[in-house]
Design a protein around this ligand. Structure first.
Ligand code: 3PG
Ligand code: CO
Length: 554
């Protein structure tokens, strides 16, 4: 329809093949021994940085530039890919939940009313990631949710925790559990029967994504719903401290446990009539769990028991699937994304990554929607990730396979846009293994080179950027920027993302003469990329998109 029609760009032609490469977790930082990108051989990316100064620049990828509450919020893949794909900055889940909790509106909405019908006679369960990482959830929001629920009649509360160590330092889980436990003690003193009921590490229990490994979700189901786990404790702080010492365990990979009473019975299985709220606001790692909780027909694992519950998500996690059906806060309405516009204007797209990041270049890119806008014009290819391993064991991951698929798609001549996410620097960076992260960055650069070579052959254009920082800084730093030591004098390895800007570069034989990055934008960020890409496809972006990064000089 005419509302979708984009104006022709006055100077730039249509019909060029564009490779759009997102390096996940690839920020820009000063060179030192903890900068794995600097320390890896990355000739393809280095050539861009040290090449034409008009076609390489840095853009913001954290804080308010991507719709997060403050400038202290590091970037992440959800908000990063949302901004890249949507071309505008939307107040994101973290921020929307803050507002709803601060105003109390969260407790007046339909979702909360629905779950609160259980409060008189049944248990309220809260399930989610316990940390202040602010990527998937925040402990202060959980605290407000618990307090508000107790004030509104919840008499029996059970919290099912997932320890982090990925968006925050490894080992910080103990402190978060202590904080939560102290709150629950106070509630108990005031007559609310409130306890932690189960737990486990986020990468091993519940929080899988993109159907990489249903066993992860099953482990959580067994502990949370069935009250069964290989480890039983009377106290959650003790559970976390003890289980961290298991071989191979850390906060991310903590084995599942349940809390039991004096008779050895689990204190908080989820049963018929109970209310369940999942307090993560971010979608990707909640969708599988939501399907298990909500779908009548379900064959991904044997649920043994399928309790009839009143379930609400902090947000709705998938707008297309309407999953879950009930939620406490309305998600950002990310509409009119660049992908949707481009299909309406005849641009054909190929998108690809491996499983662990597949939804990033499809689901997040398209404003948290699964599926195609136009099946005839789009093809999405997922390369299965290795599962059941920590990615420092296979730091090359599927980078070359992604590069090959992109190359073939480019050479096929069937697609105007070939979009990939190359996950290595992020996924391996999250393990905190510095040597492996160097290998990861090298592998990512080789995939980039492979795509550049294909673009060279078809006389196309490449755009290469990243969604947020990670591998460029692997150590926690003090205010002066020096590595910060803990009480015992040890380095604190940074498994999380960073606050750093990310590079963006454009080039290739198809890039029109005179195209260069503008210098007049104050603080360009990820949201400026969509208009840029639309220009390179020969179109002018819609008026309300963040401005393009490029200009054409004669
Ligand atoms: C994760 O979910 O793996 C991390 O919390 C964030 O990583 P991502 O934003 O790069 O996916
Ligand atoms: Co990441």
């Amino acid at each position: 329809s005419s509302a979708w029609k984009l104006d022709d760009h006055p100077k730039l032609p249509k019909g060029k093949t564009i490779a759009l490469i997102v390096l996940d977790g690839w920020g820009e930082s000063a060179p030192d021994e903890y900068n794995c990108i600097h320390n890896a051989p990355t000739p393809a990316m280095d050539a861009l940085k040290h090449g034409a100064p008009d076609t390489w620049t840095l853009i913001k990828a954290h804080g308010t530039a991507v719709g997060l509450p403050s400038e202290d919020d590091m970037g992440n893949s959800e908000v990063g890919h949302n901004a890249l794909g949507a071309g505008r900055i939307f107040a994101q889940g973290a921020k929307l939940c803050d507002l709803a909790l601060a105003s109390g509106k969260i407790f007046e909405g339909e979702g909360f009313k629905y779950v609160s019908e259980s409060f008189d006679t049944h248990t309220l369960h809260l399930v989610g990631l316990l940390s202040d990482g602010g990527v998937h959830s925040r402990i202060d929001q959980l605290q407000l949710l618990i307090k508000g629920s107790a004030e509104r009649g919840a008499k029996r509360i059970r919290v099912h925790i997932l320890t982090d160590g990925r968006d925050v330092l490894d080992g910080s889980s103990v402190g978060f559990v202590e904080t939560l436990e102290a709150d629950l003690v106070k509630l108990r003193e005031n007559g609310v029967d409130a306890q932690i009921a189960s737990g486990g590490g986020r990468m091993y229990v519940t929080l899988d994504r993109y159907e990489n490994d249903w066993e992860v979700v099953k482990r959580g189901w067994d502990a949370q719903v069935l009250g069964e786990a290989p480890h039983k404790f009377k106290n959650a702080v003790e559970a976390v401290k003890t289980l961290r010492k298991e071989p191979g365990a850390n906060d991310q990979y903590l084995p599942p446990f349940v809390i039991v009473d004096d008779s050895g019975k689990a204190v908080g299985p989820i049963v018929d009539g109970d209310a369940v709220v999942t307090f993560n606001f971010r979608a990707d790692r909640m969708v599988m769990h939501a399907k298990a909780l909500e779908y009548e027909d379900f064959d991904k694992f044997d649920r043994v028991r399928f309790p009839k519950i009143r379930y609400a998500g902090m947000l709705q996690y998938d707008g297309e699937l309407k999953l879950p059906n009930r939620y406490l806060v309305s998600p950002p309405e990310i509409d009119r994304t660049s992908g949707e516009y481009l299909t309406h204007n005849g641009v054909s797209t190929f998108a690809c990554s491996e499983t662990v990041k597949f939804g990033h270049v499809t689901f997040f890119w398209n404003g948290n929607r699964s599926g195609y806008f136009n099946e005839k014009l789009e093809e999405y290819v997922e390369i299965p990730s290795d599962s059941g391993i920590s990615f420092n064991a296979q730091p090359k991951m599927k980078a070359l396979e992604i590069g090959e698929k992109a190359r073939d798609a480019i050479l096929s001549g069937k697609f105007d846009q070939v979009r990939v996410n190359i996950p290595n620097s992020d996924m391996v960076g999250h393990t905190g293994d510095i040597a492996a992260t160097v290998v990861a960055c090298e592998a990512a650069d080789l995939a980039v080179k492979m795509i550049f070579d294909a673009i060279e052959q078809v006389k196309g254009i490449y755009v290469v950027t990243a969604d947020h920082g990670n591998a460029e800084d692997m150590v926690k730093r003090d205010k002066s920027g020096k590595p910060a030591l803990d009480k015992e004098g040890n380095l604190q390895i940074l498994t999380s993302h960073t606050l750093k800007p990310v590079p963006i570069a454009i080039g290739g034989p198809g890039l029109s003469k005179g195209v260069r990055f503008r210098k007049d934008l104050e603080t360009p960020g990820l949201a400026n990329v969509a208009a840029t890409v639309m220009n390179l496809h020969g179109f002018v972006a819609p008026d309300d998109y963040e401005p393009t990064l490029i200009e054409v000089v004669e």
